[in-house]
Design a protein around this ligand. Structure first.
Ligand code: HSX
Length: 207
């Protein structure tokens, strides 16, 4: 399947610190920002470059520069996506930002949309959707479904931890969307939480 596990040792180390129950909100926030930068670094490896003639103080050269005319878009699934978004924006400060607000009905696990806002010219932009967790996968499936209605140039999905069930569900709907994660955990419990996981990402990030 279309899944990449980002196995960089710094990513794995930071994820372990985030999972620990005793990690404070402040520390969790800082780690999420750091790990998000590392994940974004890995994901953007294949961004196309073009050459541009530039002038240095001493000479001129044909220098590499990002090829796409339109800035990339980071779409945060609220609210936990915000933590990843903040980290990525430190690395790619000129990225545009979109927001999708979805909450999961605690009984049915069905995601309900309460907010949706994207930058202009989405048809010409590469989009990276971010949310720390893919549990049942319902949220990710719904977010991508909604996003696809706007016809973006390309879409990728980044999370920190995914469940095997969630990945399967996600790719049954969106086999065309590459999924990047730092870990695939063991299973989902009866409340739709990832085990061993790290708890509720939003609660750990915001309290
Ligand atoms: C958490 O639940 C995460 O941040 C996601 O937004 C969502 C994942 O759950 P699921 O829809 O995959 O079950 O708040």
């Amino acid at each position: 399947p279309n899944v990449t596990i980002i196995e960089h040792p710094l990513v794995q180390h930071k994820l372990t610190l985030m999972r620990r129950e005793q990690t404070s909100t402040a520390k969790f926030r800082q780690l999420l920002r750091e790990i998000s930068m590392l994940l974004a670094y890995e994901i953007t490896r294949d961004l196309p470059l073009r050459k541009e003639l530039i002038k240095t103080p001493l000479s001129t050269m044909e220098a590499p520069i990002l090829a796409s005319e339109k800035k990339m878009v980071i779409v945060s699934i609220m609210r936990a996506g915000q933590g990843i978004l903040d980290g990525i924006l430190e690395l790619i400060p000129s990225a545009r930002v979109g927001h999708i607000g979805l909450y999961r009905d605690p009984r049915t696990f069905i995601p309900i949309e309460y907010y949706f806002k994207l930058p202009d010219d989405i048809e010409e932009r590469e989009v990276l959707v971010v949310d720390p967790m893919i549990a049942t996968g319902n949220t990710a499936v719904a977010a991508i479904q909604r996003l696809k209605q706007t016809n973006p140039f390309s879409v990728k999905f980044l999370c920190l931890i995914a469940s095997p069930e969630g990945i399967k569900h996600f790719h049954s709907y969106h086999p065309d969307v590459p999924l990047y994660t730092a870990a695939i955990d063991d299973h989902l419990d009866e409340h739709g939480y990832i085990i061993p996981g790290l708890g509720d990402a939003g609660d750990r990030l915001f309290g």
